[in-house]
Structures are given as structure tokens and as C-alpha cells.
Ligand binder design. Structure first.
Ligand code: CU
Length: 168
């Protein structure tokens, strides 16, 4: 099994280098990250599965990238219970801040930094809190169906706005 695992890691690295032209850390399967109780051996196995998933894009370690002034993609569609992972793929700090009016009835407010509402997130940003720095991730699990709208506070004027559509 050790030999098989090793070759999986090699393939992950090879793919990442080929696609981006620069070395990257081996991709992690985020489900293995979320399952904190998982045994180490299970993590190794899911790492192998991620090789095959990444061929279709499904095994990426994030769902929404954050470019200089845009969420990429700006809209994603997921199912109830899914976790969306944002990753700052740019060189500047961003936020993921739900609009108070952008959360459907019964939905949970979300914002990087863990704030309870939009105003708290905006106030915090003026103090430099709640940002997602280069390479960092933020994630939220959507338990209620509907359409969620969110914004990057520092790049609102550049219309850095995103939507998560959560289906039943
Ligand atoms: Cu931004």
C-alpha cells in the first residue's frame, strides 16, 4: 500500500506543476480535512482518490478562488449540507461577507472573521479584521436552500460580489 500511496502523491504533484508552471503543495481532499476524526490511513486513501477527482476538477481544495477583484467563479450552485470553500488565490486581502439582505429566510449569516451581521463585519474591516490573506481559505456550510449574496468589503466598488445558490 505504501508504494501505491507514494505514486499517488507523485501524480498529484506532477499534475499541479504541469497546470500552473510552478510547484504547489499537494492538494488536500477537503472532506478528509473536515472529517477530523478520520484515521491517518483514511486520509492517505482519500489523497489517492483526490488524484482521480482532480482530473474533473471536483477534487480541488477550494470551490471559489479570489482573484485581484473578483470571485472565481462569481456564482456556484451547491446542495443543502454542502460546504463551500473560498481560497484567496491573489496577492491582496479579501473578505467573504454576506449581505444582511442576501441571506434567505431561515438561512445562517456568514462572514469571514465569524461576524454575526454585515455591520459587524464592516466595522471590523475598518480595524483590519476579518480579511482572508493570500493563500488562506474560508469555508461555510449551507444548511438552508436559497440564494445567498456576499461581497468583498475592500473591493465592493469593483463589484467583487458573489452568489451561492443552495438547492434542496
Ligand atoms: Cu476583494
Amino acid at each position: 500500500m505504501a508504494a501505491t500511496s507514494g505514486s499517488c502523491v507523485e501524480r498529484v504533484k506532477g499534475t499541479a506543476t504541469h497546470l500552473t508552471g510552478k510547484p504547489q503543495a499537494p492538494r488536500m481532499n477537503r472532506r478528509s480535512v473536515l472529517a477530523s476524526g478520520a484515521l491517518a490511513v483514511a486520509g492517505a486513501l482519500s489523497g489517492c482518490l483526490a488524484v482521480f477527482n482532480s482530473a474533473s476538477g471536483a477534487g480541488d481544495d477550494y470551490d471559489v478562488g479570489m482573484g485581484d477583484s473578483a470571485y472565481e467563479p462569481a456564482e456556484v450552485t451547491v446542495d443543502v449540507g454542502d460546504t463551500v470553500v473560498w481560497k484567496n488565490t491573489s496577492g491582496r486581502a479579501h473578505t467573504v461577507t454576506a449581505y444582511d439582505t442576501g441571506v434567505p429566510e431561515g438561512g445562517t449569516y456568514f462572514a469571514s472573521g465569524g461576524f454575526d451581521d454585515e455591520q459587524a463585519a464592516r466595522d471590523a474591516w475598518t480595524r483590519g479584521a476579518g480579511g482572508i490573506v493570500t493563500g488562506d481559505t474560508y469555508e461555510h456550510t449551507f444548511e438552508t436552500a436559497g440564494e445567498y449574496e456576499y461581497v468583498c468589503i475592500p473591493h465592493e466598488r469593483q463589484e467583487m460580489i458573489g452568489t451561492v445558490v443552495v438547492e434542496e
